[in-house]
Design a protein around this ligand. Structure first.
Ligand code: ZN
Length: 164
């Protein structure tokens, strides 16, 4: 396993549409392992392959329950709404307010290329929507309402206080 370099906003690879994965190969397994390692090292809850410069439809998510691998994921159902802070490992040190569905259901393939269904609410729903957007070249910064905050800045903290 190895930690890969996380591409940052402005890198054109983050705005490209990724290709479907047709079969599981040793190289792709290694990519998935590296994506988990890179995500954990950066203390993120999700990472998509284009964020490490690979244009494949793969993302990894871990919101604290079980690690999830999504290959060729498709959002099949959403409902409700949540508005809150969102960040991205490709936009280091920043966060912004984004409205997302409060529930999302996704169909995908796992590492064995078996079909799976993943559904989540709140943080998991947000992570699913955010990571799958990356596979189509979209960043959360396109959806931000208002400014991007510096994480830990006064504005950021004030927001949290008002929110409580
Ligand atoms: Zn992201």
């Amino acid at each position: 396993m190895a930690i890969r370099t996380i591409r940052e906003i402005g890198d054109p690879v983050l705005n490209k549409k990724c290709k479907e994965v047709k079969e599981m190969t040793e190289r792709t397994r290694e990519l998935i392992d590296d994506m988990f390692e890179t995500m954990y090292e950066a203390e993120g809850v999700g990472l998509a392959a284009p964020q490490v410069g690979i244009l494949k439809r793969i993302c990894v998510i871990d919101t604290g329950d079980d690690p999830i691998v999504l290959i060729n994921p498709k959002v099949v159902e959403t409902s409700g709404e949540q508005t809150g802070h969102e960040g991205c490992l490709s936009v280091p040190g920043k966060s912004g307010i984004v409205t997302r569905p409060n529930y999302a259901k996704v169909v995908a393939f796992n590492e064995e290329m078996q079909p799976i269904e993943v559904e989540g609410t709140e943080l998991l729903a947000r992570a699913l929507m955010h990571e799958i957007d990356h596979l189509d070249g979209h960043m959360y910064t396109e959806l931000v309402e208002g400014p991007l905050y510096e994480i830990g800045s006064e504005d950021d903290e004030e927001y949290y206080e008002e929110d409580e």
